[in-house]
Design a protein around this ligand. Structure first.
Ligand code: G6P
Ligand code: MG
Length: 217
């Protein structure tokens, strides 16, 4: 059977989750909204627009659309400033060997990310050519936990959802994979990602034997 290996980007392939956090924290600070690491978990995998709404809800702040638009631009400019010097050194440990192993075994690979900055990040890190399909925040209308982004990626790779494997670091993303009937693999903290079918602390904990089994299943 034909498989599809679908990767989230932020926090899975590259360590950009910390930059998103810093940029949101800045906005939250300006608005005097308390924004902790636990709050930040709620924003992982979530679109930019929805993330701002969640932060405003946390602080019970109501704002005009004009203000919101300004903060969204500010957040993205700040975020992009962290990416200026990005190169392959920001690929998370263990990711590259797995991508290489999948390629050597002729397995289709897609990106399934909520980010509108996904393509430039793949280019900067030199990974774009590893992906047979890229589905990102510019392509979808429904944010994770809606499975739209992953369903679109599976379709582009000609695989059924049941034969699709999703690597995710966010709760919303794991839920999206599960709702889409895909095999969810959580990358990160086991207590946060307990809904995932398999959980690994990072890609160095995944061996090629495990991937071989996924290919065969
Ligand atoms: C990913 C990240 C989120 C981010 C979202 C939108 O899902 O995990 O933290 O808000 O993408 O990213 P963007 O680059 O479009 O602001
Ligand atoms: Mg992520």
């Amino acid at each position: 059977t034909k498989k599809a290996f679908i990767f989230d980007l932020d926090g899975v392939i590259v360590d950009t989750a910390k930059y998103h956090y810093l940029a949101w924290q800045k906005i939250a600070n300006e608005l005097n909204i308390e924004f902790t690491h636990e709050h930040n978990e709620l924003l992982k995998g979530v679109s930019r627009v929805r993330s701002l709404d969640i932060i405003l809800e946390l602080g019970k702040v109501t704002a005009s659309q004009e203000d919101k638009n300004r903060w969204l631009v500010q957040k993205n400019e700040d975020y992009l400033s962290y990416l200026v010097d990005m190169d392959e050194s920001e690929i998370l440990p263990g990711v590259f060997p797995i991508l290489k192993f999948l390629k050597e075994n002729n397995q289709p690979i897609a990106l399934g990310s909520a980010s509108k900055n996904a393509r430039p990040i793949l280019e900067k890190t030199g990974l774009l050519s590893y992906f047979d399909a890229v589905v990102d925040g510019n392509d979808v209308t429904n944010a994770k936990p809606d499975p739209e982004v992953f369903l679109m990626a599976a379709k582009l790779l000609n695989a059924t959802p049941e034969n699709s494997i999703v690597f995710e670091d966010s709760v919303a993303g794991v839920q999206a994979a599960n709702i889409g009937n895909m095999t969810s693999i959580g990358i990160g903290d086991a207590s946060t990602l307990h809904e995932a079918k398999h959980i690994f602390k990072d890609f160095t904990a995944i061996d090629t034997h495990f991937i071989e089994e996924l290919i065969k299943e």
